[in-house]
Every structure is written in C-alpha cells, then in structure tokens.
Design a protein around this ligand. Structure first.
Ligand code: UDP
Length: 327
C-alpha cells in the first residue's frame, strides 16, 4: 500500500486532495491538529491528530505508516491575520515545516508536494506572474511560504529531498459529489462570504477597497477550482515518484476576475441579489494576482476542467446549501 502523509488533510483543500489521492490508488493518511480543519472531512483514509511542531508525534506517525511521500497543506493561510500576528505564521508555518522536514529525513522519506502561494510574488504592478518572477512578498503569510520554499531547496542540496512546489492562486468551488467542501470558522474568503450574504446568513458582503488601480477599482484574482487544483497534486506526486527533479509550478488559469465581477457572476448563477457594502482596503492585499504561466500544463500535463467562474460558483453554492461539518 502506498501511504502518503497529507498534512492538513482535514482542511478545505487537503480533504479534496485526499479524495483525489485515493482515486489515484494512494492511501492518504491525514495528519492535522484540527485547529482549522474538521474531523468530519477526513473520509478517504486514516486520521492521525497531531501538530506540525510536535516532532515526537510526527516520528511515531512516520514509523506507523512508512509513507512514500508527504503532501503538505497544513498552514495558517490568512493574509490579514498574518499582518496582525506574524509570530503565529513564522512558528506554525516555518518552524512547523522545518520540524516536518526533519521528521521526513529521519524516516528516510524524501519526496514532498508543498502548498505555496502566489502571495510569495508580492505586488508586481499589474503584470501576470510566472514562476521566474521575483518573489517579494508584502505580507508575513507570503513571506512564511517563501521561506519554506527556500528551505525545501536547501534540504534538496544537503539531503537529496525532492519537492514539487505549487504556488496557488485563489481556490474556490467544492467537490461536485458533495462529500467535502469549503468551511472555515471564522470565514474570511470571498466566495463563501458572498454566498452567506446571498442567503441571509450575514447582512452583506463588504468589498475590501474600491480605489485600486484596476478597471472597476476592486482587486483582481485568478480563481482555480479546488478539484482541478488537487488533480495537479496527484500529478506532482507522480512526477516525484518518477524520479524527476524539484520544480515549482503556478496553479492558476491566467484569467483575472475583480471582486465586483465575482459578485456579478454569483448574482447570475444564484439568480439572487447579493447585498454588498463598500469598505476600506484590507491590509496586506495585492492589487492583482494572475498567473501568466502554462508550465503546469506543459510539464505535468495538468488540464483544468472546472476552473471557470460559473462552474466554481455553481459547485460552491451547491455545497453551501447542502453540505456541512459538525462543529
Ligand atoms: N474580499 C472582499 N471581501 C471579503 C473577502 C475578500 O472584498 O469579505 C476580497 C479580497 O480583498 C481579495 C479577494 O476578495 O481581493 C479574495 O480574497 P480571499 O480572502 O478570498 O483570498 P486571498 O486573495 O486573500 O487569498
């Protein structure tokens, strides 16, 4: 049995990845401290509760399953929280990843697929971003992820660790089968907050900033469907299993949507009004983050199937109305 350790497997993206890994013939072992994830979301393989910074617990889990590789999602991932509490990000993300890498090497596990982010690039004056762009993050979240990327390359040199790094753009949508979906407590992401506003669970969506230098004044992001995103992780794992070298890939579609455009598309899909209020900019937000790379398509053979805005909102809306985890 090919066990793969999935850190953060109880979270939004991690739980969808476990489903895809299982379908591809791997046994995903979720390692999660449940600080932001849900045990109910662990449906596709064993669950081991533990913290990334707990070296002894990691050693025990590596000894129990002897995973062939790690897919590493576990992280704090909110830009605005990272601006207010940077120490949380350095400790949890960077120290946690260092502890994980040391446990891997101790156990002789030398392949890792890592969730990085377009936030490692920073604000590049409305240019689309490819993997060779300078990485100049403007918030501690992006900086913590860039530090981990550096660390992975360093351990590649010293210990032969091989990594596939995925720099995600914005992730949306949900499993069309309704087995898993997006649920954060508290919620901070645009699409679920907007759906809450549509069905009256909150008064309105606040648009964070209407004075950006974009055509309609709101931030522009590149949205990828979570099912397509996790497909790339299976391809990344296969890449490492084939013995290929460490590589970084953007995961985006190249299509930018402003906040107002996302709101308009939701109005069309749900056929309901979206109550919005215009608010101030959110600290740490870049003006525009859009991928300008087809490296994942060209080298991994990644073929996004559901990453159009309409489909992402249809799938998110279905989950929003029918799916939930016990709190
Ligand atoms: N956003 C917004 N109102 C909200 C949440 C998000 O206007 O209540 C905007 C945010 O400023 C950004 C985009 O929506 O431009 C996506 O934000 P999200 O938090 O979903 O993801 P991030 O880009 O921070 O990873």
């Amino acid at each position: 049995m090919k066990h793969v350790l999935v850190t953060g497997g109880a979270g939004y993206i991690g739980s969808h990845a476990c489903k895809a890994l299982k379908a591809a013939g791997y046994v995903p072992v979720t390692y999660d401290n449940l600080s932001t994830g849900w045990q109910d979301a662990v449906k596709f393989g064993p669950f081991e509760q533990g913290d990334l910074t707990d070296a002894a617990r990691l050693d025990a889990v590596f000894a129990k399953y002897e995973p062939i590789a790690v897919v590493h999602f576990a992280a704090l991932s909110q830009v605005s929280e990272s601006m207010q509490k940077p120490a949380l990000y350095w400790r949890n993300n960077v120290v946690g990843s260092l502890t994980l890498i040391e446990a891997m090497l101790k156990a002789g596990c030398k392949e890792i697929v890592f969730s990085s982010t377009c936030a490692t690039y920073g604000d590049h004056d409305n240019v689309v971003l490819d993997e060779n762009c300078r990485q100049e993050p403007i918030n501690p979240y992006g900086a913590s992820k860039r530090a981990i990327e550096d660390m992975l390359l360093g351990f590649g040199e010293s210990d032969g660790l091989r990594s596939v790094v995925f720099r995600y753009f914005n992730v949306a949508g949900a499993d069309p089968d309704g087995e898993v979906g997006e649920f954060h407590q508290p919620e901070t992401h645009l699409v679920p907050l907007m759906l809450d506003a549509i069905d009256g669970k909150r008064d309105a969506l606040t648009i964070f900033g209407t004075d950006y230098e974009t055509p309609d004044g709101t931030c522009i992001r590149d949205y990828v469907h979570v099912m397509d995103l996790v497909d790339a992780h299976v391809l990344g794992l296969n890449w490492l299993q084939d013995g290929k070298e460490s590589r970084a890939f953007n995961l985006g579609t190249g299509n930018g949507f402003s906040v107002r455009e996302v709101v308009n598309e939701s109005r069309i899909v749900t056929n309901k009004d979206v109550p919005v209020v215009e608010g101030a900019r959110r600290a740490g937000d870049c003006t525009m983050l859009v991928s300008g790379s087809v490296r994942a398509e060209a080298e991994l053979g990644w073929r996004p199937k559901r990453s159009n805005m309409k489909q992402m909102i249809i799938d998110a809306w279905r989950w929003h109305q029918t799916g939930h985890y016990d709190q």
